[in-house]
Design a protein around this ligand. Structure first.
Ligand SMILES: Cc1cc2nc3c(=O)[nH]c(=O)nc-3n(C[C@H](O)[C@H](O)[C@H](O)COP(=O)(O)OP(=O)(O)OC[C@H]3O[C@@H](n4cnc5c(N)ncnc54)[C@H](O)[C@@H]3O)c2cc1C
Length: 427
């Protein structure tokens, strides 16, 4: 069968965000091309051992993509979040029950997300997966984007009406577009390790602020805990060099006995931490989504939750364009996407960055202020409800997928309608 060379939508990057968009596009009936650079049986770099806290709002989006049913079986519910400051008095507890809910969210492993989102992508109606393949460059023309893709040392020229760049925080597409970005290294790494504990508190997630950096413990489906420990760059090498026994003893001293004894640790991995925020959402027929537009510190576990909200909004706009037989890359759609996503991304980047600064400051007045803040929050139901609402991923425009409304399955169209972009709108 001859390969189609013209697509409604091309997605660069098959990580969590790109794969989610491809699933939505298939349901909408778009002819979709996914270009993913990684090799091997799985997309192992994008779907690794890290644990991902999924906000309730994200679960609804995953539900509308048809993957939540299976993923839920492999995920641990978060029924309570417990935030405390080591050696100080401030703490806050947020419980799902206070809001009449069963869970505030769930924790899934990166690998489970890989199976749910990336697995079988190439078999979805309308989806063509090129892998391993790399987008080398592109030309954004008024009526289409021309793509130069390298696969098996051969260059292929393909076309699409809309290009979604889900190519990660370093985003080569963002660079080729010449879009500037805030790119701020925190001088910290996240050290992650999955830990076995003697007294698991099922359903409770912990965020503990310690003098050597915040430490999150997320419950896993197998009873273990996924630790995310933020350490200054200077402390990282020593923590990685510790024997398992010394490492567990150190974690125990920092975290305390809330989960009993830490008895075993899986291999540790490191991630350099950065704040990346693109100054624009795209240009012409190209849009940035997920980490390509914004990468945030994992202190609040919100990076993918923010990215999947990009997907929900874009999918909703693409659904309307398909329903009304419009060009999927039309200028109005691109503008509407940029307007709809700006506020959520800006606010979350500000909140996350503020929390990092507040909770990693060693200054006594700052520590005192945050204790007072945590205690006040614990005693102010309305303030707590606002925080809970935000971290469950609700608020702002709620597109169809975020309300759990699936797109009616639509057959893949044979022709792609296009219009000319007459202006290169600043977004
Ligand atoms: C330690 C840690 C803990 C985290 N915890 C949470 C959490 O609890 N909750 C949460 O919501 N988020 C969390 N996050 C954030 C989350 O992991 C990211 O937001 C998410 O993985 C970003 O996905 P993405 O698809 O945008 O980008 P990526 O995962 O970076 O994927 C980009 C993809 O693009 C491909 N690519 C790049 N260039 C090209 C090219 N030219 N051609 C073809 N393919 C290309 C790459 O191979 C890759 O597969 C955490 C992050 C870290 C580091």
């Amino acid at each position: 069968m001859a390969q189609a060379t013209r697509f409604d939508l091309a997605i660069v990057g098959g990580g969590m965000v790109g794969a989610s968009l491809a699933r939505a596009a298939s349901r909408i009936g778009l002819r979709t091309l996914v270009i993913e650079a990684s090799e091997g049986a799985e997309n192992a770099a994008a779907y690794d051992d890290r644990a991902i806290a999924l906000a309730r709002g994200s679960e609804q989006i995953l539900q509308s993509l048809g993957v939540w049913g299976e993923l839920e079986k492999e995920s641990a519910p978060i029924r309570q979040v417990h935030v405390s400051d080591r050696g100080r008095f401030g703490f806050v507890r947020i419980s799902a029950a206070e809001y009449g809910l069963n869970a505030l969210g769930h924790v899934a492993s990166g690998r489970a997300l890989g199976r749910a989102l990336f697995g079988g992508l190439e078999r979805l109606p309308g989806v063509t997966l090129l892998r391993p393949a790399r987008l080398v460059r592109f030309i954004d023309r008024p009526d289409a984007v021309e793509l130069v893709v390298m696969q098996q040392r051969q260059e292929r020229i393909l076309q699409c009406a809309l290009l979604a760049a889900a190519d990660g925080a370093r985003s080569p597409v963002r660079q080729q577009l010449g879009i500037a970005a805030t790119d701020w290294a925190y001088g910290q790494h996240a050290l992650i390790a999955n830990l076995t504990v003697s007294a698991p508190a099922r359903g409770v997630a912990y965020e503990r602020f310690t003098d050597s950096g915040p430490m999150a413990m997320l419950p896993m489906v197998d009873g273990r805990y996924a630790m995310v420990w933020t350490l200054d760059d200077a402390a990282v090498e020593a923590a990685m060099a510790l024997s398992d026994g010394d490492f567990l003893a150190r974690v125990q001293r920092r975290f305390g006995m809330r989960l009993g004894r830490f008895t075993a640790a899986a291999p540790r991995s490191l991630y350099p931490l950065k704040l990346v925020r693109a100054k624009r959402q795209g240009r012409g027929r190209v849009l940035l989504i997920g980490n390509a537009a914004h990468a945030v510190h994992p202190i609040t576990g919100q990076g993918f939750n923010l990215g999947i909200r990009d997907v929900a909004v874009l999918a909703d706009l693409l659904f309307e364009a398909r329903r009304d037989d419009k060009d999927p890359g039309n200028a109005e759609l691109c503008r509407a996407y940029a307007q709809a996503r700006e506020r959520d991304q800006r606010e979350l980047a500000l909140i996350t960055d503020g929390l990092v600064r507040l909770f990693t400051s060693p200054l006594l007045p700052v520590r005192a202020a945050r204790d007072i803040g945590l205690t006040a929050l614990d005693n102010l139901p309305w303030a707590k409800a606002l925080v809970a609402q935000r971290f469950m991923g609700f608020g702002g425009r709620q597109p169809r997928p975020a309300r759990g409304i699936p797109f009616p399955p639509t057959p893949v169209a044979r022709t792609v309608k296009t219009t000319e972009h007459t202006e290169n709108t600043e977004r």
